[in-house]
Design a protein around this ligand. Sequence first.
Ligand code: COA
Length: 189
Amino acid sequence: MKTDTPSRIEGRLVDLVPVSEEHLDDLLLVHRDEQVCRYLPFRPWNDRSDAEAWYSRMTRLAMARDAIQLVVCDRSTSRAVGTLVAFRFLVESGLAEVGWVLGREHWGKGLAADAVRAFLAYAFGPMGARRIEAGVIAENAASHRLAARLGFVREGVQRERYIKDGVAEDLVLYGLLAREYRATTAATG
Ligand SMILES: CC(C)(COP(=O)(O)OP(=O)(O)OC[C@H]1O[C@@H](n2cnc3c(N)ncnc32)[C@H](O)[C@@H]1OP(=O)(O)O)[C@@H](O)C(=O)NCCC(=O)NCCS
């Protein structure tokens, strides 16, 4: 499995591109929103220094090939509207985890589904992954719907995995195998 960062992944509505400094102002708007961060394992960003600290961390991980940090760009506006990350690689097992985030004003337009679908085509194609995982906090209805829609199988629950705002949250684990993905895409085109 390849874990270097691709130069571009094209969806129907969005493009996934490597994060760069020019995206940080748009991503600050996305990540400073309490509602966007409600089910994420970190606090909302306050200012540009939080964006820069995140950018340095993700750049280091990408250079070490320990993560692929992409930005979701709305093709109609060329604006950065969210992020998609692949991480927690186990290269010999062909395993990666994926995480997705979209700015609130962009919810409900199919952009997240398009972004994750495009990533899966890359992951099970040129990247050579065998299994993609996702972890979704139990109350995060939109992400459960998204995972199910894209063919992820609900595999179990890790009880009280994260403390979020003082509350222990259950994490639902999803997995999708390359052979399941191929069977579904062959059947649906
Ligand atoms: C999760 C997220 C990316 C989904 O974005 P979105 O724009 O709603 O996604 P889409 O428009 O592609 O819709 C995906 C599906 O979820 C459904 N959905 C959206 N919001 C929903 C909600 N609040 N409750 C239930 N289903 C919902 C949509 O109807 C759609 O289902 P469909 O394909 O059957 O029509 C977005 O809500 C988000 O960024 N949330 C904050 C960050 C986050 O929690 N990330 C996930 C960490 S695991």
